[in-house]
Design a protein. Structure first.
Length: 189
């Protein structure tokens, strides 16, 4: 919870800085609908998963926006089963895969140049994973508070690239965290 509060505080600061900068820079950034399509790598203590993700967002002004995110797993990972749980002749590892992930975020933008922005985002999401071993499988969902930061550059005003980091803090019985690094093609409509 402390990490979430720190991220929320950082997002508020990031949102306040552009108002100060606006007094010096009168260039208006494009507002409206935008989309991202890219790859995300998710790491926990034991698992490293990959996903293809899409974001659809709306930028209200130079500094604030909202976005939704959907992702589907494309890279699984194997986790060793502790020897105390191995049945003779049974599997010694479990294959873990991200089934899907969805989240919604509030986004704060810090315009650095005409086509370059730093950004911070805070949101809430759901992650569904599947584990398989020896012909058996099980799925589990986890809800999380998410926060992160990144940057985007649009080389022609409409098309560009976005890179960011997101920390997922899971709640409930499945508490824990995941670190998500992503890179995506970005398009402003």
């Amino acid at each position: 919870m402390k990490a979430f509060m720190a991220a929320a505080s950082a997002a508020v600061v990031v949102c306040a800085i552009p108002a100060i900068a606006a007094a010096q820079d009168t260039t208006t950034r494009p507002t409206g609908l935008y989309a991202n399509l890219g790859y995300a790598n998710t790491n926990t203590e034991d698992v490293n998963l990959g996903a293809i993700g899409a974001r659809l967002g709306y930028r209200f002004n130079d500094w604030l926006g909202v976005e939704g995110e959907l992702a589907g797993g494309v890279k699984s990972d194997d986790v060793s089963v502790p020897s105390a749980f191995v049945v003779p002749g049974g599997p010694t590892s479990v294959s873990i895969k991200l089934k899907h992930e969805e989240a919604i975020y509030g986004v704060g933008f810090l315009p650095v140049g005409t086509n370059f922005d730093l950004l911070a985002r805070v949101g809430y999401g759901n992650t569904s994973i599947k584990g398989s071993a020896g012909g058996f499988s099980a799925s589990q969902d986890g809800r999380s508070w998410n926060f992160g930061a990144g940057a985007q550059y649009h080389w022609d005003g409409a098309n560009g690239v976005r890179a960011d980091y997101t920390r997922q803090e899971f709640t409930g019985d499945g508490s824990g965290h995941a670190d998500v690094w992503s890179i995506a093609f970005s398009h402003r409509f």
